[in-house]
Design a protein around this ligand. Structure first.
Ligand SMILES: NC(=O)c1ccc[n+]([C@@H]2O[C@H](COP(=O)([O-])OP(=O)(O)OC[C@H]3O[C@@H](n4cnc5c(N)ncnc54)[C@H](O)[C@@H]3O)[C@@H](O)[C@H]2O)c1
Ligand SMILES: [Fe+2]
Length: 409
């Protein structure tokens, strides 16, 4: 057996736990740069946080100019403000875009240079000031992961900065912070979380011969499997409920807890094909990350089915399938995910997203450029398999992918 897990030093989950943030910050610094999601700028949450920090002897400054999907220019503005303030601790309260802004501002504050100096894996040279992250979506899992995802206007696709130094020191997850998520954000961020869970659980197997520090994303291991599958169960129990009834705190809790587990799983294991192919799809259609990965995931699962029959059978059961033969369950899994996406009103075909058919071959090639993701797929993506996935996704037809391996439903 082989197991590796990297995570924040402390994770706190539960209703009302945001009130612990000032004390957690005060243990780590005296000048807190608070990155808050614009939807929270004038909210009592921020006022309470600042009052709590002041009472704990911590000076604070608020930055609320976060831009969704994170263009590089927004990071530079945040980093300059943090440096001018002399921040020694960062607090992020918001969606993935806000948490990733805080991560990159902390990197620039510690090491200088430009955002593009850190693109790729393992290019952050050393520790950054402690980050305390409290997500308001469920979610990217960014509160526990070693990555920030950025839009660079000189590149067509998004780009990642990944390094263990980006893992927040503390993650505080308070499901009450997610109650205000509008249904579209609940759906897209929840689809992303489910995708993290499934892609990490079915990822290429971690290699015990490689040293634990050699790669940021190292494939699935026993610990990431445990978390990934449990994440599918929790998200399946909560997500559609939270989408339909935004005030349902129990559904919000289940979904946020699921996204936390999924973040822990993929923060070590990594994601795979659906994440690789979302980059070009998002670049062309300007759709949120979660919509693209949610749409693509069933098609990627269908191609992976022969290599991951047992895992897909477990996923089908976690999604509520009745017990059946393993091969049958494995073939049901992609359809069950697609049904869940439909329940969230996430489009099921690239044609529905107005993706131009003539750019499918380009998208296949572009997706493969995210090499670490393409290689982390259980069967490494090739130009041929990537195009097959995208063509089926364009037509909205899982049957074309499943029929050759025995799926007739
Ligand atoms: N770092 C990681 O590990 C990681 C993983 C996956 C995705 N990402 C990246 O994260 C970003 C997406 O993050 P996201 O899905 O959390 O969305 P987001 O942070 O982009 O937020 C989407 C919108 O929802 C609003 N919002 C957020 N929380 C809200 C709430 N509780 N109530 C009302 N409005 C709210 C935001 O203001 C914004 O307008 C993308 O850039 C994606 O590439 C990062
Ligand atoms: Fe994601």
């Amino acid at each position: 057996m082989y197991a590796v897990l990297r995570s924040p030093g402390q994770i706190v989950f539960g209703r009302g736990q945001r009130h612990r943030i000032p004390a957690l910050v005060a243990q780590r610094g005296t000048r807190a740069f608070i990155v808050v999601d614009p939807f929270l700028s004038a909210a009592p949450v921020v006022r309470d946080l600042r009052e709590g920090l002041a009472a704990a002897g911590v000076a604070s400054e608020v930055f609320d100019q976060v831009v969704p999907e994170l263009p590089v220019s927004a990071i530079a503005t945040a980093a300059r403000a943090a440096a001018a303030f002399g921040a020694d601790v960062f607090v992020a309260v918001g969606g993935g875009s806000s948490i990733d802004t805080a991560k990159m501002a902390a990197v620039l504050a510690a090491h200088g240079g430009e955002v593009s100096d850190y693109y790729g894996e393992g290019n952050v040279p050393g520790p950054v000031p402690p980050i305390i992250a409290a997500p308001t979506t469920a979610g990217t899992g960014s509160e526990v992961t070693p990555v920030a995802v950025i839009t660079d206007p000189v590149r067509e696709s998004k780009v990642g900065v990944s390094s263990p130094h980006l893992i927040p020191a503390v993650a505080v997850l308070d499901p009450e912070l997610t109650l205000s998520c509008p249904p579209g954000v609940t759906a897209a961020s929840g689809a992303d979380a489910l995708c993290h869970a499934i892609e990490s659980y079915t990822a290429a197997k971690g290699d015990p011969e490689a040293t634990a520090s050699a790669r940021v994303f190292m494939g699935s291991t026993a610990l990431t499997d445990l978390l990934g599958l449990e994440a599918v169960r929790r998200i399946a129990a909560g997500l559609v409920r939270a989408y339909r009834a935004p005030d349902d705190l129990e559904a919000r809790s289940l979904t946020l807890y699921g996204s936390l587990l999924a973040g822990l799983a993929f923060g070590t294991a990594g994601t795979a094909g659906a994440h690789a192919l979302q980059y070009p799809v998002g670049a062309v259609t300007h759709t949120p990350h979660g919509v693209g990965v949610g749409l693509l995931l069933p098609y990627v699962m269908a191609v992976n089915a022969p290599a991951r029959q047992a895992e897909l059978a477990h996923i089908a059961l976690a999604l509520g399938a009745a017990p059946a033969d393993e091969a049958d369950l494995a073939l049901q899994a992609p359809r069950l995910v697609q049904e869940l996406m439909s329940d969230l009103d996430i489009p099921t075909s690239l044609a529905d997203l107005d993706f131009p058919r003539e750019r499918l071959a380009w998208a296949a090639e572009e997706g493969l450029k995210a090499k670490r993701l393409a290689d982390n797929n259980p069967v490494p993506l090739t130009a041929e398999s990537a195009l097959r996935i995208l063509e089926a996704a364009y037509d909205g037809s899982l049957t074309t992918l499943l029929a050759p391996i025995g799926g007739t439903r």
